[in-house]
Design a binder for this molecule. Structure first.
Ligand SMILES: [Zn+2]
Length: 512
């Protein structure tokens, strides 16, 4: 059977990043983008360049450094937006300008305060300008699923006339249901025959839990590009989940005769890397990538699985890159074993990174008898963080209890040598953060603190994720440690070092 190719447009770094707690720094976006390239997505939407200096820097970094996928940047149909998007994209080999405007009466009158005629004119001018700069232009009609079909048809016809090669019709507020969405797309295709010469795209939100179902209905109605995110992160209830769409097409190929270019064995790692960067874990029962997605607890199920895995498993964990967690290394494992294990996990390390990772590994092996794959991945993300360590943690000590005020003593090594401060706070973590503020002169305020264990067991490493508000903006930090106070100090310091980096970047922009 001939299978039609579906293009996977990943918007984890743009729509996904807009979800609470998921903001990423440019270097973090680059790390995620490199993984998306390994996953072989067709398009990476890297950001919304006009929104902020950070977003501009991220799009520019990703388009210069990532090879393989098309790199897209979002912009409104305004001249300034489009030019800024192009400026961020132009140095990459495969740029795409993605321009959008709202087309529902509700959005046009209450958000844009524009008439239909004005929106039609803005579509024409915006797409024309984008197509004059870039050979690959995508146009989105925001809130398409709630737009008047006749007016939407006019808009789409104009965008096509002006050179848009991809037309995206989002269900922006997650309102439609599969049968309705299919009818809506088929109706539009019959109104605009020229649409069949372009790529039709869908972009669904999950407010009713239907984003994936609606996306599949879109494919059945002729869409050949789907916009989605890793772990389904995104505004409000999120976007359609990439891993669910891809595996539905793969597992149900006889019913859905389509294929993607995705390397499904990279799905689980992509999910883990995203959680690791943002600190937002997926729920255990999440399809495909959740911790329990392949767990079989009940006796009857286990018995069935042993006699034939097909009894309760429609795909194997290996297809999506889930490896059964195995005890692998310990105190006596050497550098070579560590290098080999990292290679097996998909992280070939250069000598310098290996040396750093080995030092962290040896330190961990002193505190923890058994070291699992998850520990190694957590270590690696500590060891290879691209953010320069302007300040380094030398020592931390904190005390707390029911009848005493929490206090902390912190020593950091910064540009001007070592410095020590003490501070008190509501709890030991707050006291540690306050001591770091005093040494670095930062005015950070801890907004969110999350702790989860990397593996099971009493001596497990805790992974700490923090969100900190600074006058410069909100920054995230992470660290893994077997000691919570130490991990908290490292995570807070990680956020502080990102602020130093952001300041350097802003100075560079100002003097450029
Ligand atoms: Zn969206």
């Amino acid at each position: 059977m001939r299978r039609e190719r579906i293009s996977i447009f990943d918007t984890t770094l743009r729509d996904g990043e807009q979800s609470p707690g998921c903001s990423m720094q440019p270097e973090e976006k680059l790390r995620m983008a490199l993984q998306l390239a390994a996953l072989k997505v067709d398009v990476i939407e890297a950001g919304f360049p006009v929104a902020s200096e950070e977003d501009f820097a991220a799009v520019s970094l990703v388009s210069r450094k990532v090879r393989g996928p098309v790199i897209a940047a979002l912009c409104r149909t305004l001249k300034g937006d489009i030019d800024r998007a192009w400026e961020a994209l132009r140095d990459g080999p495969r740029p795409r300008i993605h321009t959008f405007i709202s087309t529902s009466d509700l959005h046009m009158s209450h958000k844009l305060q524009k008439t239909r005629a004005e929106v039609l004119a803005m579509t024409r001018e915006g797409v024309r300008r984008a197509a004059g700069l870039c050979g690959d232009v995508e146009f989105s009609a925001e809130d398409a699923s709630r737009s008047d079909p006749a007016f939407l048809a006019d808009i789409v016809a104009v965008a096509l006339e002006e050179g848009a090669g991809t037309i995206n019709l989002p269900d922006t507020v997650g309102y439609t249901v599969p049968g309705e969405f299919r009818d809506f797309l088929l109706d539009l295709r019959s109104r605009v025959p020229a649409l069949d010469r372009a790529v039709l795209s869908v972009h669904c939100h999950d407010d009713l839990g239907l984003a994936v179902a609606n996306s599949l209905a879109g494919i059945e109605a002729g869409a050949r590009q789907v916009e989605c995110t890793i772990n389904g992160i995104g505004e409000r209830a999120g976007n359609a989940s990439l891993e669910e769409i891809v595996m539905a097409l793969r597992v149900r190929g006889e019913r859905l005769p389509f294929e993607t270019g995705i390397v499904t064995e990279e799905l689980f790692r992509s999910s883990q890397i995203l959680s690791n960067i943002t600190g937002v874990q997926v729920q255990p029962n999440k399809a495909i990538v959740g911790r329990n997605a392949f767990a079989h607890e009940s006796g009857i199920h286990q018995h069935g699985m042993l006699s034939n895995p097909m009894t309760y498993e429609i795909m194997t964990p290996a297809t999506v890159g889930v490896k059964t967690s195995s005890l692998i290394l310990g105190k006596h494992s050497g550098r070579h074993a560590l290098k080999q294990r990292y290679e097996e996990l998909g992280y070939p390390l250069e000598q310098e990174t290996l040396d750093r990772a080995y030092k962290l590994f040896a330190g961990l092996a002193d505190q923890k008898r058994e070291i699992y794959d998850e520990d190694l991945v957590a270590l690696l993300h500590d060891g290879i963080t691209e953010c320069p360590q302007t300040c380094r943690l030398v020592a931390v000590q904190a005390s707390a209890g029911t009848h005493s005020i929490a206090t902390a003593l912190v020593t950091l090594e910064c540009e001007h040598g070592p410095a020590t401060e003490t501070a008190s706070g509501d709890g030991p973590v707050n006291a540690v953060c306050e001591a770091i503020n005093r040494i670095t002169g930062m005015q950070g305020e801890l907004r969110d603190f999350r702790l989860h264990s990397v593996t099971g067991g009493a001596d497990a490493q805790g992974e700490v994720h923090v969100r900190v508000r600074f006058p410069e903006g909100v920054f995230t930090g992470r660290a893994a440690s077997t000691d919570i106070v130490h991990g908290s100090a490292q995570a807070y310091l990680d956020a502080v070092n990102k602020v130093f980096l952001a300041r350097t970047r802003r100075e560079a922009v100002a003097t450029a």
